[in-house]
Design a protein around this ligand. Structure first.
Ligand code: G
Ligand code: G
Ligand code: MN
Ligand code: NA
Length: 250
């Protein structure tokens, strides 16, 4: 049977999981929160990567159901963490298109009791590329509600700077393709430095993704990057391992 059919028939709450990757302050090393990343524990295929199942979910209309569940699960988990730890949730452009996203977020916040300021929604610029007027309106509605908005994979699109003028993002996530080369490519270092400077000028937080080495960490500290995430500290972990990370880094 196809993954599509398996997904359609799956009881989401029993086959899908939210895993959490810690986000830390570059300067202090203290924990700021976690990014929630979806996992599918398929009954016969084992763990299926979101890189494989998210595109299928987007094409078949299943992303709305999965995304609604993910928002609830992430907010419910985050509500059990000490204040002010935040949770970042990836939201697909398809969820914007199909309507009901604001209500799904409102619902997840109400159900969990999580303060809106502790939820960050991560979007990619493709959200602003398509249906931009409607989507900008929805982003403003979320911000007015107190939810934070992050621009994911920053620097990889073809006109990222244009979007900074259109919407006051709370955070830029520096794509890991730049971070990976920061020690051996002067161009990548210059780009990371420029993004951090841009964030500082605009009052937008910057998070470096994919930090794997202490040399990268030291470089990011010298450049005064705000936060980081990456395998250097931790991969995404199951909810049962979150308390240990909070104990170690909060
Ligand atoms: O966790 P991993 O590195 O395998 O994630 C691969 C990709 O899947 C990343 O681009 C990530 O943003 C995306 N992804 C993971 N979880 C979710 C989710 O809950 N919703 C959406 N839309 N994308 C997700
Ligand atoms: O597109 P997005 O930024 O949401 O993707 C998150 C993905 O990045 C997840 O699949 C996560 O597993 C992966 N990831 C997190 N930290 C690292 C890292 O240090 N190195 C690499 N290669 N991938 C990472
Ligand atoms: Mn992300
Ligand atoms: Na990213």
């Amino acid at each position: 049977r196809s993954l599509e059919m398996d997904m359609r028939n799956a009881d989401v709450a029993s086959q899908f999981e939210a895993h959490f990757q810690p986000i830390l302050s570059v300067q202090s090393g203290k924990l700021c929160g976690f990014e929630a990343l979806m996992r599918w524990r398929h009954p016969t295929r084992g763990m299926v990567s979101p890189a494989e199942f998210i595109p299928i979910a987007e094409e078949t209309g299943q992303i709305d159901r999965l995304g609604r569940w993910m928002l609830r699960e992430a907010c419910v988990q985050a509500a059990s963490w000490p204040d002010p730890l935040m949770v970042a949730v990836n939201v697909s452009p398809v969820q914007f298109r199909s309507g009901g996203l604001f209500e799904a977020i409102e619902d997840a916040l109400r159900l969990s009791g999580l303060a809106p300021s502790r939820l960050e929604v991560e979007i990619t610029e493709s959200v602003l590329l398509a249906d931009s007027a409607a989507n900008l309106g929805l982003l403003r509605q979320l911000r007015d509600h107190g939810v934070r908005i992050a621009l994911d994979d920053f620097g990889t699109g073809y006109s990222s700077l244009h979007y900074l003028k259109q919407f006051p993002f709370n955070r830029l996530k520096i794509d890991r393709s730049f971070v990976r080369e920061i020690d051996n490519s002067p161009e990548s270092l210059a780009i990371v430095r420029a993004i951090i400077g841009l964030g500082a000028s605009l009052g937008i937080d910057t998070t470096a993704e994919g930090v794997e080495t202490t040399t990268q960490l030291e470089r990011l500290r010298a450049e005064q990057c705000g936060e980081l995430q990456g395998f250097l500290f931790s991969p995404p972990v199951a909810p049962g391992n979150v308390a240990d990370i909070i104990g170690e880094f909060f």
